[in-house]
Ligand binder design. Structure first.
Ligand SMILES: NC(=O)c1ccc[n+]([C@@H]2O[C@H](COP(=O)([O-])OP(=O)(O)OC[C@H]3O[C@@H](n4cnc5c(N)ncnc54)[C@H](O)[C@@H]3O)[C@@H](O)[C@H]2O)c1
Length: 323
């Protein structure tokens, strides 16, 4: 089976690639992996170093917005796992254009190429942020899409295109919508690696607003296992939420990070809130649990300790990225 992983040099895509070529996933035993990545600031070649020499891996530089390049690289693909996207909400607030072209247009280019070339299955990796913000309870997959940031709006647009290629053309498309991920190899602009690396450098951490925005924190390994399950056994045309991490306010997360690094409260620097900051995200993940037997495995405290240890031991990976 040939698997095309878009965004395979990024945080989550590279975790998937390292794992599928390492311990593996059920249903992926004979997988050959082709990574298609534009190597933007977030795509790090080093993320693939541990598997670079694996004969089952091919790495292709290319932009998902380029139909010709996509058609070339996609030839012979059985399964597309589409992780590539512009992903940082703050960047989408200061400039949304690349979010629309990569997340919306790029996804359409991939879907069309997959249809033209008879790809067997297309897994579109999305986010719980497309649902908007919820005060109480959790979103089921049937909840309307009410995205609030240009990032989540562009992801919602890509979700709808993915759905349309299934409904209109019968392409076998499945979607996942996951909660916030943390783990090694995450670009140090996102809150967990930003705070950890600041603290390791003895610098303060900028906490937005009142710190009471709530997120469900899931280890990247649990997310990728969920994507692999959906790819192997999810039903065509369906959406599967992936969650079940640890729900924490940003203030609580900050306290855990301070403790994990051994820093004190004086390192917290309150800053004005992010524009349009969603208050709370929470997905109902009972569908993937009941249909596919999914359960998250990584306890938050252990996952966070491992993540902090990884940033401590891999200063060379992130130091240059923070300048
Ligand atoms: N990080 C999270 O907490 C989270 C949670 C749920 C869902 N997701 C989704 O998972 C996917 C991966 O997220 P991530 O955190 O690994 O992102 P990331 O920013 O770390 O990586 C994105 C990757 O996509 C590549 N890319 C960007 N534009 C491209 C283009 N035009 N053509 C080809 N490649 C391009 C980048 O080079 C990079 O390798 C995204 O679709 C994101 O929406 C992320």
């Amino acid at each position: 089976m040939r698997v095309l992983v878009t965004g395979g040099a990024g945080f989550i895509g590279s975790h998937f690639v390292r794992t599928v070529l390492g311990t593996g996933y059920p249903g992926f035993d004979d997988a050959e992996v082709v990574v298609l990545d534009a190597f933007t600031y977030a795509g790090r070649p080093e993320n693939l170093t541990p598997v670079r020499d694996d004969p089952r891996l091919r790495i292709e530089r290319g932009d998902i917005r380029d139909p010709q390049r996509v058609a070339e690289v996609l030839a012979g693909t059985d399964l597309v796992l589409h992780f590539a996207a512009e992903t940082h909400v703050d960047r989408s607030i200061s400039g949304a254009a690349d979010f629309v072209t990569t997340n919306v247009v790029g996804t359409q280019v991939l879907l069309q190429a997959a249809l033209d070339q008879g790809v067997r299955r297309f897994v579109h990796v999305s986010t719980d942020e497309v649902y908007g913000s919820i005060e109480h309870g959790s979103w089921p997959e049937t909840h309307p899409l009410e995205p609030n940031s240009p990032y989540s709006a562009a992801k919602a647009g890509s979700d709808l295109l993915a759905r349309s290629y299934h409904r209109t053309h019968g392409l076998d498309v499945v979607l996942t919508r996951c909660s916030n991920n943390y783990g090694p190899h995450q670009f140090p602009e996102k809150v967990v690696p930003l705070f950890v690396t600041n603290l390791l450098d003895g610098r303060p951490v900028p906490l937005y607003g009142d710190g009471r925005n709530v997120r469900d924190w899931l280890h990247v390994d649990d997310h990728c296992r969920g994507v692999a399950l959906v790819a192997a056994r999810g039903r065509a045309g369906e959406v599967y939420n992936i969650g079940g991490g640890t729900e924490l306010s940003n203030r609580e997360l900050t306290t855990r990070l301070l403790d994990a690094v051994g820093a004190g409260e004086e390192m917290v620097d309150p800053v004005p809130d992010r524009k349009g900051h969603d208050r709370r995200y929470s997905v109902d993940w009972s569908k993937i649990r009941d249909e596919l037997g999914y359960e998250p495995r990584m306890p938050f405290d252990r996952g966070l300790a491992d993540t902090v240890a990884w940033y401590r031991d891999n200063r060379a990976w992130w130091e240059a990225l923070k300048r």
